[in-house]
Design a protein around this ligand. Structure first.
Ligand code: CO
Length: 134
């Protein structure tokens, strides 16, 4: 079911500061910030040869990462994203195995314009898993 690792996401309290850290201190290419109101985050992507790191900052009062940052005020690893060829088929197979899909279970369009879903961390070794159809 799983394809490539698409990205690892790190929640941060200050996106400009974290972008400067990756760009200036670590010497990586960092994309322009992208606001995703439907997901309650602003994101940038650190583009590496083999994958990406997504830096996430809360957007709006209802941001799903606000609670995470309250517990991890310096930021921290938030989720890992794997590519799948058919997100509806992957969701149906996972649900049939008892896994919980977050939200209403319907894919939303993510930062790359592709459908994404999130899986409950309690069902995946304590890790929030994002699936992206690529
Ligand atoms: Co992500």
């Amino acid at each position: 079911m799983l394809g490539k690792l698409n990205h690892v996401a790190i929640a941060v309290p200050d996106l400009a500061k974290a972008s400067a850290l990756y760009r200036d201190t670590l010497g990586a290419h960092v994309s322009a910030p992208q606001r995703l109101p439907e997901h309650g985050v602003t994101v940038v992507f650190v583009e590496l040869d083999n994958t990406k790191v997504e830096l996430l900052e809360p957007l709006g009062a209802e941001s799903p990462i606000a609670g995470f940052l309250a517990k991890n005020p310096d930021g921290g690893m938030h989720h890992i994203c794997y590519e799948v060829a058919d997100i509806a088929a992957a969701r149906d197979a996972l649900k049939a195995n008892g896994a919980r899909v977050l939200g209403d279970g319907e894919p939303k369009i993510g930062a790359h314009g592709n459908p994404v879903l999130f899986l409950h961390p309690k069902d995946f070794a304590g890790t929030l898993v994002e699936l992206e159809q690529v």
